[in-house]
Structures are given as structure tokens and as C-alpha cells.
Design a protein around this ligand. Structure first.
Ligand code: ATP
Ligand code: MG
Length: 455
């Protein structure tokens, strides 16, 4: 028999009644669970129970009214239907006032009970559905929300909430600045691992010489200079989430070691022979399409398959342009607050750029653009750069105009190079010292443009 009418808990101390009820409920395509006592039923009821509870009032042990009080304490929105003898009608009416769903007097026609149960089931389904929706809203309003109403982003958020609280390893794929770390962070925060550490490792940024002790830890005296025992970062993430960032730049030697850890879920700290089991959830991130052998380079295929039990792809911003205004509005407001300035009006120039720019740096580039707009720098820089005149700028002395232009050029270069100072200096073709002098003069902090380093 199908279970399309949903579960029902039915309680009566009379076995014949239970047998008859089971048959009747199954025929009406409910899936009944029947119990001979309130105590036995209560052991099975929690806040997720998705159906009504039907109980006789007169029973040895806990009676139906006491059962109702207990169920109410578990979840006041579980519908409880009481079956009453003639003498108990007044009590049953009082229970209704107290929140019981309905009462039915003996003797009753099956249809009467079934109609009530269908309505009660439907009500319960709606209650639970509303709770799920409410939870989803609370989640999306979290402090690092994953903003976006493009269909791909809505789907991404749905998938995230479905898999966050499972232990599957996840590979997050996306261009620079698309929000890979935001996604990794949400996977952690929406899981029961949230109370344990989120450990981020930038796989390309670890110097080979320290990789082993950094990742796996060591005992005191394991090597010269190892005075004290050290817990490695992988062990530190025990019970929590290990975020492997930029896996495409992981050195081959590290790939081999990590593969072993992922397969065995064990580590062996330096200077010990002892293996320690660890409870890990691994989220990794890559800018490259590692599924494509041409793009994979020297990344091991076996490690790739180990890491991508589930792959989440975040589309670049240019493929979800409808999200740009909302994201920009959010970042502009946040930046204005941070710089203690009023939220500026959006000029035609800014609007143009939002609409026409290709955003190769994706959301991160948009964040920095909003920062510059909040500081009132953006309009000036672009106007000067494009050689157009504007009152505010034209009234400035030449040296300041040039200064503003220079600051914009430096910011753009830093942006382009993801805050990598060495590359920025190359791109700009200035001596190192000059570059640092200019950063200082314009109050630019290269770190603001840098991506997350070792967590
Ligand atoms: N959908 C989004 N909603 C709100 N903020 C976002 C969103 N996507 C990205 N951001 C913000 O954009 C910036 C870049 O995001 P993040 O660091 O997660 O990118 P990434 O994909 O890890 O980039 P990279 O590959 O360069 O490390 C962060 O400030 C992040 O908070
Ligand atoms: Mg990142």
C-alpha cells in the first residue's frame, strides 16, 4: 500500500482496537505506527515527526491527556486527536482549548476519523514546510551571505544547504573572486562541524621545506629545532573542515601525501611511527578545470577523483550579470559604513561601468570597485583616465590630478594581480622602492587586494 497520506501514530491499550485501526489506516493509504501505551509512543515522537497523533484518553500509565501535554512540550504544532468515551467529553473540550487538534467520541465512524486525519496531516505538512522555508531565509541572511538571485546562484544555494551537513568531500570550481571561499565557509557553517575548526590551506603557498611539519605535525626532537611537539594543521581540523585552496598549484610531492591522508583518513606526525585517525571533511577549491586532462597539467588524476565526490561550479560574474546591481548595492552600503561615509548617489559613470565592464576579477573586483566609489575615488579616476573634464577634478591642481590618476592605475594593477606585489611591480614597470613609496603616499594597502593566504 502506498504511503501517500503520510504517517500517523495511533495509541490505544486495547489490542483489538489497534489491529482494526492499522487496517483502516492502511486502506486509507496512511502509514500507521501503533502503540499500546503513551510511553512507548513518546519514545518515537520528536519535533520532526511529520504526521498527527491519535490517542485514546483512558489508558493505564500515562493517559491521553497527559500524552497530549508531553507531545505539546516536544512540539506544540504536532496535531493530537483524542478519542473519548462519553464521560470524558468535558475533559476533551478543555484539551481542545489547550491546543489539541480535535476530539472524537466513541463510538465513531471510521470516515469521521479519516477526514480529521487527512486535515491534520495536511496541516502538519504545511507547518514543517514553513519551518524549512524559514530556516532557508535565516541561512541566506547569515553574516557572509552568498548573494545572488540568478538561477544558477539559487540552485547553488539549494545544493549547498542539501549537502552542507553531509560528510561528502566537495570540490568548488570557479574563476578568481567568484566566491569559492564563501562557499567553503558556508559548507562548514551549515554543518554540525561548525563548532570545530575550519582550517584553510593554500596549497600553492606552502614552502616545500615546512610542508610536512606544517601539515602533519611533529614530536619534540623529530628534527633539529623541533623543541616542542606540534599539532599539524590537518590534525587541527579534526572533527571540522579542511579547506584546500588553490589545489591546482599543489606541488607533486604534496599531492602524493595528501592522497594518502584522504584515502586512509590517518596521519603520521614526523618523529613517530604512530598513525592517528582523523575525522575530516575536505572542501577544495580550484580555478582550473581539473576534469579536463589538458587543463590538469601535473595534477594527479587519482587525487582529482578523490577530491571531487561532488563538484560545485560557481559561474563568473559576466554570466550572471543580473546579480551585479544587487551585489554592488550591498558592497557599497557595507563600504560606506566601514569608511563612515554617507552612501553616495550612483553616478552615470558608475552605472555605465557596472553595465559594460566584463569583471574579470569577478565579485572581488566588484567589492573593490564599491570601495572606491564609497571613497569618492572612482568617478575621478575614470574621468581623468578617459580625458574628460569635470568640475571637481578640473579645479584641482595638476599635481593632485596626476596623483589621483596614479592611485587609480596602481589600484587597478593590484586588482589585476590579486594583490601580488611582485607581479604588480612588473606590470607597472617601476622600481620596487618607488612602488612602496607610492603605496604609502596614496594610502593603498596591497593586502586589501590579496586573496586569502594560509588560513
Ligand atoms: N555571492 C556572493 N555574495 C556576497 N559576497 C561574495 C559573493 N561571492 C563573492 N563574494 C565576496 O567576494 C570576495 C571574493 O570571494 P572569495 O574570496 O570567496 O573568492 P574566491 O573564489 O575564493 O577567489 P580566489 O580564487 O581569487 O581565491 C570576498 O570578499 C567575498 O566575500
Ligand atoms: Mg579563494
Amino acid at each position: 500500500m502506498s504511503a501517500e497520506s503520510g504517517p500517523v501514530i495511533f495509541i490505544d491499550d486495547d489490542e483489538d482496537v489497534l489491529r482494526a485501526a492499522t487496517q483502516m489506516l492502511k486502506l486509507a493509504s496512511f502509514s500507521p505506527s501503533v502503540f499500546g501505551s503513551a510511553e512507548a509512543a513518546l519514545a518515537r515522537i520528536d519535533g520532526n515527526f511529520d504526521g498527527p497523533v491519535v490517542s485514546d484518553i483512558r489508558m493505564p500509565g500515562l493517559n491521553g491527556l497527559q500524552l497530549f501535554e508531553r507531545v505539546k512540550a516536544i512540539d506544540p504544532e504536532i496535531p493530537v486527536v483524542l478519542i473519548t468515551g462519553h464521560a470524558d467529553v468535558e475533559l476533551a473540550v478543555a484539551a481542545i482549548k489547550d491546543g489539541a487538534y480535535d476530539f472524537i467520541s466513541k463510538p465513531y465512524a471510521n470516515d469521521r476519523l479519516l477526514v480529521t486525519l487527512h486535515r491534520a496531516s495536511e496541516k502538519r505538512r504545511l507547518v514543517l514546510e514553513n519551518r524549512r522555508l524559514r530556516d532557508a531565509v535565516v541561512r541566506s541572511a547569515g553574516d557572509i551571505p552568498l548573494i545572488g538571485e540568478a538561477p544558477t546562484m539559487i540552485r547553488l544555494r539549494e545544493t549547498l544547504s542539501q549537502i552542507a551537513d553531509t560528510d561528502v568531500d566537495v570540490l568548488v570550481e570557479g574563476e578568481t573572486g567568484t566566491g569559492k571561499e564563501v562557499v567553503a565557509d558556508l559548507l562548514h557553517r551549515w554543518s554540525r562541524r561548525r563548532t570545530k575548526p575550519f582550517v584553510a590551506l593554500n596549497c600553492g603557498a606552502l614552502p616545500e621545506s615546512v610542508i610536512d611539519s606544517e601539515l602533519f605535525g611533529h614530536e619534540a626532537g623529530a628534527f633539529t629545532g623541533a623543541q616542542r611537539r606540534r599539532t599539524g594543521r590537518i590534525e587541527h581540523s579534526n572533527g571540522g573542515t579542511l579547506f584546500l585552496d588553490e589545489i591546482e598549484s599543489m606541488p607533486p610531492a604534496l599531492q602524493v601525501k595528501l592522497l594518502r591522508v584522504l584515502e586512509t583518513r590517518q596521519i603520521t606526525p614526523l618523529g613517530t611511527n604512530e598513525t592517528r585517525s582523523i575525522d575530516l571533511r575536505v572542501v577544495s577549491a580550484t580555478k582550473a578545470d581539473l576534469g579536463d586532462p589538458a587543463a590538469r597539467g601535473d595534477f594527479r588524476e587519482d587525487l582529482y577523483f578523490r577530491l571531487n565526490v561532488v563538484t560545485l561550479r560557481i559561474p563568473p560574474l559576466r554570466e550572471r550579470r543580473e546579480d551585479i546591481p544587487m551585489l554592488f548595492g550591498h558592497f557599497l552600503e557595507r563600504a560606506s559604513k566601514r569608511f563612515s561615509r554617507p552612501v553616495p548617489d550612483i553616478s552615470a559613470g558608475v552605472r555605465d561601468r557596472l553595465a559594460s565592464h566584463n569583471w574579470p576579477g569577478n565579485v572581488r573586483e566588484l567589492v573593490h570597485f564599491a570601495d572606491r566609489v564609497a571613497l569618492g575615488l572612482e568617478g575621478l579616476g575614470t574621468l581623468i583616465a578617459s580625458g574628460r573634464k569635470e568640475q571637481a577634478v578640473s579645479s584641482l591642481p595638476l599635481s593632485e590630478k596626476v596623483g589621483l590618476y596614479e592611485a587609480t592605475v596602481i589600484r587597478d594593477a593590484l586588482q589585476e594581480c590579486g594583490g601580488d606585489v611582485r607581479r604588480t611591480i612588473e606590470v607597472l614597470g617601476v622600481p620596487r622602492k618607488t612602488f612602496y613609496d607610492k603605496l604609502k603616499r596614496h594610502g593603498i594597502d596591497a593586502a586589501d587586494y590579496r586573496k586569502t593566504a594560509i588560513g
